[in-house]
Design a protein around this ligand. Sequence first.
Ligand SMILES: Cc1cc2nc3c(=O)[nH]c(=O)nc-3n(C[C@H](O)[C@H](O)[C@H](O)COP(=O)(O)OP(=O)(O)OC[C@H]3O[C@@H](n4cnc5c(N)ncnc54)[C@H](O)[C@@H]3O)c2cc1C
Ligand SMILES: NC(=O)c1ccc[n+]([C@@H]2O[C@H](COP(=O)([O-])OP(=O)(O)OC[C@H]3O[C@@H](n4cnc5c(N)ncnc54)[C@H](OP(=O)(O)O)[C@@H]3O)[C@@H](O)[C@H]2O)c1
Length: 473
Amino acid sequence: MFLPSSDSYSYFFSLPFHYFLFQVMRRCLLPYFHIPIWSSLTIAATIAAVVLATFAQTIFQKKTPSDKMAAKSLQNVVVVGGSYVGMRAAKELASILPASHRVLLIEPHSHFNHLFVFPRFAIVPNHEHKAFVPYSTVFSSAPDPAHHQVVRARVASLHPNHVTLDREWQGSRDLVFEYLVAATGTRLAAPGSMPSEDKLPSVRYLQSYQQGIAKAQSVVVVGGGAVGVQMACDLKEVYPDKNITLVHSRQQLMPVYHEGLSDLIKARFATLGINLVAGSRAVVPPAGFPNGTGEPFHVSLQGDRSVLADFAILATGQTPNNQFLRGLASPETDSASPLPDTLVNPSNGFIRVRPTLQFRDARFSHLFAVGDIADSGAHKAARPGAVQAAIAAKNIAGLVAGRAPSETIVVAPAGIHLTLGLTRNVIFRNPDTAAGATEPFVNLKDDGQEDMGVEGFWERNGVAVASPKDYHL
Ligand SMILES: Cc1cc2nc3c(=O)[nH]c(=O)nc-3n(C[C@H](O)[C@H](O)[C@H](O)COP(=O)(O)OP(=O)(O)OC[C@H]3O[C@@H](n4cnc5c(N)ncnc54)[C@H](O)[C@@H]3O)c2cc1C
Ligand SMILES: NC(=O)c1ccc[n+]([C@@H]2O[C@H](COP(=O)([O-])OP(=O)(O)OC[C@H]3O[C@@H](n4cnc5c(N)ncnc54)[C@H](OP(=O)(O)O)[C@@H]3O)[C@@H](O)[C@H]2O)c1
């Protein structure tokens, strides 16, 4: 038989207590009342007691002082950046860390920015609100979801054992941690990244972008990476009568990939009627292009050439989000000088990591970097980032258990699933030269959807949608 323990509070709300209550009522009352009606009343009284206890549990459980103390005594594992890779790392950590540790996912966006769809939704209307998904379910499948939290803030600076946030969280801007995973990725020129951290202004931004494009007659796309290629193809399919020109610095489009991809894209441009100016760098004005004035302007190219446009799209690549590392640099380093080579690779600004994804700098073995911000050798994509997130989480769980990190990454050949219009798309993988392959893998398909299957993304993240209005939440 269960007896109340010293932890009488939790005992009061436990299932054994409900059973104990039932036994007491049955034994006390039944000997006196042998007729069925009293027996039924006893059961009814027991059910009422159980319902009352459960009700009291839901009211009081969140607020008990003992729970608050427990949260304070937990060790923090901080994940900085809540995009594809940071969110994956946070989920993995929450599922494998012991109850002594909690995961805090620090992210300034009000909603998950599903940026895969930004280029499409900057052109095609009516889906833009679905690109921003609530963070409500990040920890819902963890063994103890209430343990962990999404902290809405930006890390202003990282120090060896704490981060300083750009705003207060639970009464402080400083947050102490035992382990940290940096998943701060990169930023792109809009519409590759949003100018706002909030959902509604971001939705409005995409809507006004669509309207700007709709009014333009000549659109110039600057940059022949994946963003530029996807946008040029979408533009020409949605608006076949507009002049669409893509200006790219080199002869080969998407130079991270085998030149077969460039050839395939050039053929697609020819079919659609997209003008390609290759081997020419556009001059980007410091204040950006004068879109939306209603007046045409010249996009200047190096070598005294120019292209006339009334709307220009910047698709010129990524800038690493590494400024928060400054707190780890020596105190003499002023904010204008570059970050030390021990922390970031000076040729690209990405965090130097070991194969275990720990910072390469031996002073910071308790810090990890994953996804686009990590100089891991892997190509920049969410898929290899997710594998890295799982590896970092396992290594941290090992360290918590007193073991040395043993999981290491394997860098696979770069691959991409690229749209070439609303339905045309290609899965392309560079040859696996380590395995002796010389030819890329190419799978051209015609099964794309206008909304890029965005609703499935909500579903896969477990965000309930009872009516179309819920996509606006
Ligand atoms: C248009 C587009 C389509 C793509 N499509 C695909 C695809 O189909 N498949 C694929 O595998 N990959 C795709 N990619 C690549 C993929 O999006 C990136 O590889 C992926 O976003 C990297 O994820 P990440 O979490 O490392 O970083 P990011 O996605 O760059 O996210 C970094 C996060 O960190 C936050 N952050 C930054 N600094 C701080 C700070 N100081 N404090 C707190 N938070 C901070 C940011 O707000 C952001 O949420 C696409 C990329 C683009 C641009
Ligand atoms: N479907 C997908 O998986 C998908 C879709 C979109 C994006 N992405 C990923 O998102 C990331 C960002 O993509 P992105 O296309 O923005 O960047 P990107 O891959 O870096 O491509 C940008 C290209 O623009 C060129 N460029 C830069 N400035 C220029 C200028 N002034 N004039 C002419 N050309 C210029 C760059 O060439 P130089 O190097 O010569 O400067 C570069 O090749 C990449 O990792 C990409 O793979 C993935």
